[in-house]
Design a binder for this molecule. Structure first.
Ligand code: PXG
Length: 296
């Protein structure tokens, strides 16, 4: 059965996907120059929209990219795009490209940034993996040092993460742990990592090179409400090898257990009891909060 074409927001207009096109001279394509966000819709509400938009505008500010619409207009455009596609559950991709310019790096020769909003679905991992858990490896590809490129900028250049993802898939794993230049755990290719040991929760500090994930923050709130103690630490691979439980967080991945790391079982090699509870509590939060979409 043919599915309805998506309605895409492109530079102020809602257009069918066949008309949603950008120039081959856009520096987003030529250099990966631009930034993006991934946001979830649960039960007719956009989860943590303000936080995601704040991060988008911060990414843009950090790379001297002027977003041609303001925060309130972006919020409205996002909600309108979701409504136009009649989505009650799904995934939004916000993209801001540097815009059309000449062949040459100079971003100041790109007069106007382009804004793209796609509202659709996303399935990152097979459904059963949420019950059985993921297998992880250590990726040889390191996260770049903050001084080279801040991990807080969600830029359109994800080659570092993609190189690491290739390693995971070639090893038969779904995700992998990325280390920073010092060899400490930073995060996964598109998710943040948490472990549980002796009843305490640990996650790498943002300074370790992790993206300050919005799901990470939401899950920390969920765990605080459960009365769990959370520690942001300098984490080693040994800490994960010897953990009782492990799980990953991300907008696309949501909260997912990890049960094997570098061929060693984590805990008893099955999703942990607390992890399962955290997933349930996160789902309850996601389904009951957020910015409501007004459907016509
Ligand atoms: N670390 C990195 C490097 C990310 O890209 C996260 C952590 C989780 O952050 P949030 O705010 O979403 O909780 C991300 C975001 C994908 C995909 O297809 C993943 C992300 C973004 C875009 C695509 O795996 N993750």
């Amino acid at each position: 059965m043919a599915t309805d074409p998506l309605i895409i927001y492109l530079d102020g207009k809602l257009v069918p996907e066949s008309e949603a096109k950008i120039s081959v001279f856009d520096h987003g394509l030529l250099y990966g120059d631009g930034c993006f966000e991934g946001i979830r819709i649960y039960n007719g509400r956009v989860f943590r929209l303000t936080e995601h938009l704040k991060r988008l505008y911060e990414s843009a500010r950090s790379i001297c990219l002027t977003i041609p619409i303001d925060f309130a207009e972006m919020e409205k455009a996002t909600l309108d795009t979701v409504a136009a596609n009649h989505l009650r559950d799904g995934y939004i991709r916000l993209v801001v490209t540097r815009g059309v310019g000449s062949l040459g790096l100079n971003p100041y020769q790109c007069p106007k940034a382009s804004v793209i909003i796609i509202a659709s679905g996303i399935t990152l991992y097979p459904k059963e993996k949420y019950e059985t858990g993921l297998n992880l490896i250590t990726c040889a590809t390191r996260r770049p040092a903050s001084a080279a490129l801040s991990p807080q900028v969600k830029s359109l250049n994800y080659l570092n993460n993609i190189m690491a993802k290739i390693e995971c898939i070639q090893a038969g794993c779904e995700e992998g742990i990325m280390l920073n230049e010092q060899g400490y755990v930073a995060e996964c290719t598109g998710d943040n990592v948490f472990i549980l040991k002796n009843g305490q929760i640990y996650t790498p500090t943002i300074a370790s090179g992790a993206l300050n994930g919005i799901t990470r923050m939401a899950v920390i709130e969920v765990m605080q409400e459960m009365g769990l103690a959370i520690h942001e630490v300098t984490m080693t691979r040994h800490d994960i090898y010897t953990a009782d439980e492990c799980f990953l967080t991300g907008t696309a991945a949501e909260v997912i257990p990890a049960v094997q790391y570098d061929r060693r079982p984590i805990g008893d090699g099955k999703p942990g009891r607390l992890t399962t509870q955290i997933i349930a509590n996160f789902k309850a939060l996601a389904n009951s909060t957020g910015t409501p979409v007004v459907y016509s």
